[in-house]
Design a protein around this ligand. Sequence first.
Ligand code: SF4
Length: 340
Amino acid sequence: MLAERINKAWREKKESRIKSWGARSNAASQLGWKCDRYLYLRRKRGQEIPAHDVILQSVFDEGYLHEKAVKRELSDLGFEVLEAEREFRDEIREITCRIDGAFKEGPHRGETITVAELKSMSGNIFDRIHSIDDFIRSNAPYHRTYPAQLAMGMYFTEADAGVWILKNKTTGEIKCIDFPRGDLYQEILEDAIERAERITCYMNNKAITNDNLEDFIPEAEHGFLCVKCPFRGWACFPDIVDDAEVEILDDAGLEKALSDHADLQDNFDAYRRLDKSIKATAKKKEKEYLILGDFTIRVSSVEQRRLKPPKDADIPDEWYRVINSKRVTITRQNQEEDDD
Ligand code: SF4
């Protein structure tokens, strides 16, 4: 059947494009991730991260198609993007940087250079981003890497300025944000370069192993980075306090149960919200029975009696009943990306 063959060909094509997470250098696109441990692990153990699926690969490919379309559109408007995909390398600090392109302007085409980074994103993210501050303060860790990426591009090309060209994937709208050279640029650039120098030193330090990583490389500055970190829970354990007892399990049944449990969470949360709203509405009606279509809701009155000692009552210790229990909290890292 033709449909089946096309579906199969599509999946195979996407699968063939999936690349592993391994990194051989300090990629400029990652240096804004403010966790040395993450950047070190990306180079040292990135190959061990399970490959992403064909859907996420398709999202990446869509980003590439949007990038090509934006370049064509800009060219039609008289803004030709030159030096597309040009790569730079700093051998000492082991930095690699690839720019999306550059605009060269002036009577002889080259008097002023502006490096361009093209980003396509969903409509709701597009509407929230208006300035470099919105990247710096974004709740999405990968947005916070954009300024360092562009600053590195400006540094390697010796550009006069940088510009982000954002595309709304839903409407096709384009929005540009300038990144001029100045104090902020300098600060972001120096931070990224120093980070690359540190990671290069860690990589060459033979005393660092998987088992003593935390003795050498500090955790992220911001805990929120850890939520989306692909290393959390198997290569890095930022949530675990120093003297806690830890056991790494190999139990496929329990792992499956946890995965199913996480997948049901959204529905469960939605169910709880709906349940609360229905019960609140029903209580306001002040009737014992409510009938809607096939449904009958009964609102019954319940009297609960609880002891309520006076505020400053002197209650002897033996009157307290101590109940020891255990609380179980399950967390799961999330690798979902919203734009590309
Ligand atoms: S889990 Fe947190 S501390 Fe560990 S590498 Fe990732 S971002 Fe850094």
